[in-house]
Ligand binder design. Sequence first.
Ligand SMILES: Nc1ncnc2c1ncn2[C@@H]1O[C@H](COP(=O)(O)OP(=O)(O)O)[C@@H](O)[C@H]1O
Ligand SMILES: C[C@@](O)(CCOP(=O)(O)O)CC(=O)O
Ligand SMILES: [Mg+2]
Length: 398
Amino acid sequence: MMHIRECIVSAPGKAILHGEHAVVHGKVALAVSLNLRTYLKLKATNTGKVCINLPNIDTFLCWDVSEVKHLMPCSRGKQMDLKHLDPELVKRLREFVGGANGNFDTSNMATLAFLYMYLSLFGSGELPSLTVSVWSELPTGAGLGSSAAYSVCLAAALLCASGAIPAPLKEWEHTARWCQEDLELINSWAFQGEMIIHGNPSGVDNAVGTWGGMLRFLAGRIIPLSRVPLLRILLTNTKVPRSTKVLVARVKDKINKFPTILTTVLDSVDAISCTCERVLLEMTCEPITGEHYNVLEELIDINQHHLNVMGVGHPALDTLCRVTLAKGLHSKLTGAGGGGCGITLLRPETDSSVVQTTIQELKDCDFDCWETSIGGPGVQVHSPLSVKEDILGILNRY
Ligand SMILES: Nc1ncnc2c1ncn2[C@@H]1O[C@H](COP(=O)(O)OP(=O)(O)O)[C@@H](O)[C@H]1O
Ligand SMILES: C[C@@](O)(CCOP(=O)(O)O)CC(=O)O
Ligand SMILES: [Mg+2]
């Protein structure tokens, strides 16, 4: 039986400050990693089976390696083009997992992304027997990039298991990261997972999951913003379920229907991202003033209107904006919208009593709400000691 490397990896979720949807159409986005992560454990087995345990989405599946092996198109060697999916492999996998009739459910998408990467990475040789277990602190399908964190973890663990990238953890270390070249490979493979889950992803989410921190993303170009002011952000999950794939397709339809109208909206979002970036930079090189915050707040308001124009708003997100504005705070949706999460900018002087009453009022609307810290590290490999006990317990359960 083929020998593979075992590992535990994690990747962060993200919040998009500005540029969601527009980024799919070649505009600038500003995004930042969160302190909420997805963890994945890959275990080598000798059962002749390939198994996946996804307790967040109640999915536990096992196949005989031989059963999966014949899904690999015979003509296929090692995959070189990581910008497109192999349509033949996707078709076969859809038939196999039951997503052939446009059945884009949570479980099918996650399974498809896993099997696609597993077969693409190992399918040209002997398929290893292994078990992958994933647990996330992120809400699934809520705009915080859970799909990308999942795809980044899958890519890192499977690439590491296959020997395509090294195991960077030294014996005495608790966490380690890969070198730039390996991160680029992880990011490219994670993009494949995102293509399965999003349909037409921009790549911003997997870039944040891979590199962490705050970054500017434009047409596949990733520029880390090393100098950013400390921002206080409130995250609210309206808990209205939605699918990024459906929302991205909805925006595309609207652009096709009203090209000249939507083009100007997308250009305006681009200008918002660029203005926000300039203001954030100014805030790191000159004393921060109330005017900086006034501009950041106005940008949030304008962008939220644009996202409504694109058709990705939701009454629950309107409620979030209204409740926070009554406290003098400004909010916008983050991620694909249509429900899911929103961000609220807190000012440095915002009193903690105001924050607490706002959180309480949002909870009274049946939303989840918490102050978050941003800028967590990108994809990492862990020793078991560096994983919180409760999370390790879940990963070891299977
Ligand atoms: N922890 C997880 N375990 C399994 N699948 C996950 C997990 N997190 C995300 N996914 C996959 O990602 C999909 C959600 O992606 P998406 O609609 O892009 O929302 P978001 O990325 O904003 O959370 C889920 O339907 C599922 O297929
Ligand atoms: C709407 C979009 O800009 C972000 C989607 O983020 P999320 O899956 O909702 O976390 C799509 C993309 O960039 O691929
Ligand atoms: Mg997503």
